[in-house]
Write a protein that binds this ligand. Sequence first.
Ligand code: SF4
Length: 693
Amino acid sequence: MGTATTPTHCPYCSLQCGISLRVAEGTTVLEPIDFPTNRGGLCVKGWTAAKLLDHPERLRTPLVRAVPGDRRSPLRPAGWDEALDRVVSAVREAQSRHGPDSVGCFGGGGLTNEKAYLLGKFARVALRSSAIDYNGRFCMSSAATAANRAFGVDRGLPFPLADIERAEAILLVGSNLADTMPPAVQYLERGRSSGARHIVADPRASATARAATLHLQLTPGTDLALANGLLHLAIRTGAADDAYIAERTTGFEAVRSAVASYWPDRVERITGVPVAALRRTVAVLSEARSAMVLTARGAEQHSNGTDTVQGFVNLALALGLPGRPYSGYGTITGQGNGQGGREHGQKSDQLPGYRRLDDQAARAHVAGVWGVAPRTLPPPGLSAYEMVDRLGTEAGVRALLVLASNIVVSAPDRDRVLARLRALDFLVVCDFFLSETAVEADVVLPTAQWAEEEGTMTNLEGRVLHRRRALPPPRGVRTDLQILTALAERLGYGAHFSSDPRTVFDELRRAASGGIADYSGITYERIDEEQGVFWPCPAESHPGTPRLFADRFPTPDGRAAFVRAEYREPAEQPDDDYPYVLTTGRLMRQYQSGSQTRRIAALDEVPAAEIHPDLARRHGIAEGDPVELRTRRGAALFQARLTDSIRPDTVFAPFHWGGTASANVLTDPSLDPHSRMPAFKVCAVSVARGGPA
Ligand code: SF4
């Protein structure tokens, strides 16, 4: 048998690094390729991704409970017919007793565009249920909401990544690219070697912050006070671009008056950032001919995350950046298809093309493509955490289908989430490993992986990519598209569904046509020829749109909107019982809930919490000691890692583990009122030397 080499993309984050997979008899060799996002670079996760494919813990057959309906009975192997029949009979039972919305779907930002699209269609056509949302609510929704309010569109970066190295100044808020997306650091390094100045706002002196020109080590949760303080200074020092504000924006006066009270000394008291550093930040941004304001999860995952991002968007607008060459505002998406995953209908309020589900014209258009009457499409449903928080209740979902998500590890307030999942009448999980969520299920359906099926992904730049199939799935495993189609057939809607990715993508293009995220002109062939195509791309003759906003914003009046954003304290404040601030985040070697990366020996590591030496001394904690972190919701055990890179009032814990080291046992489920994103980044915590970590 000969060898075949397939160019494709890493299965993990939104950089979607280009790789090649060479499959020879019994072996799969992965190497980086020179793709525009990674330019030959890969991080340690990407290098080891092929080990997922033939992993010994891989699921290769459906699993069902030995005693139907009894989740205390063991999971046993089953045939596909038996497993699918159990799912369909649970769907029928729930819907006949409790109505269509009693069956819900929970998707993921790792799903290809085709799968995200088909899952949204499955919920609305085959289930007629409004109960669908996805884990992107946990990581991107605040930036998406803020960008939509300001610009009329949400595309993570409205310019190509390569523009980053041409920006003379960058303010990067709440992102540690050096650990989360290492190949992207080359853009920052190249910029600095050309004289660019970079400012990083982060409670931790992360590797990214240490490499920057200036580090603003703010108190967690005070980002919006920082943004408003910088805008206040920009206005007072004459750095605001009055001509741009007059010609290209609306709403400035209300924001000007809102930030009038954010005097530098007040902002220093709130944020801990010295006045001199605030002044220098404004000077660096305003003196540059090109400048960017970039935010990530550190700015978003708060109970005021949308307003926080809005504050930085306001700053970028006041400086006249969006639409200027090598300048603008952007957010750095996390999950592999975090961008495309929120464009095609797996979000509770959206239809394909980033259309609103409550828009009558959009409903009519999409219903036409789906071959159903518009009135049969359900209304918008609840957001992800709100849906989870009502599972098993009288008015909530009774039977849940989970794809590409490990909710038990990734959702806040883990014990509450577990209780809700256990209250369900029926849980079905599609996954390729027996995740912490899958072990709770009535039925587990084994799915194909990234290299075993074809599809498209939309990366952090809005570049639509082709993830090619390099090898077939193992015997006994099906693709998510095949699973959704098989369920739709059994529910009597088979004629509306196809499991062929190219057929699904062509239908997605028609459904998205005319929407904000217009994919009409994007084909698999064009993606291959052009190394990806940027949306919007309304026709096959259209070149795609790498840069947005040069002439106008896609708002009704063509202008960007300033939106007033007032700082308020995080929902949960330290007190005598919980005297410190806990913030959570990612590590370089792990990805999301860790369900994949924790299974790769080369990425193995001990879950460790970062603690300042002064705080550790106060509690008699030494390097490597077990340490118990406790919040109002529960306790978790980590190994202590002492570092002066963190503030003495703050503890950092990674969120990649389940079990006793589950950071999300601790986190606060308070939701942002606009995006419904939980406050992962701040809660009050106590610290003590603990039992074995
Ligand atoms: Fe690239 Fe992200 Fe994969 Fe690392 S995890 S190789 S940065 S796509």
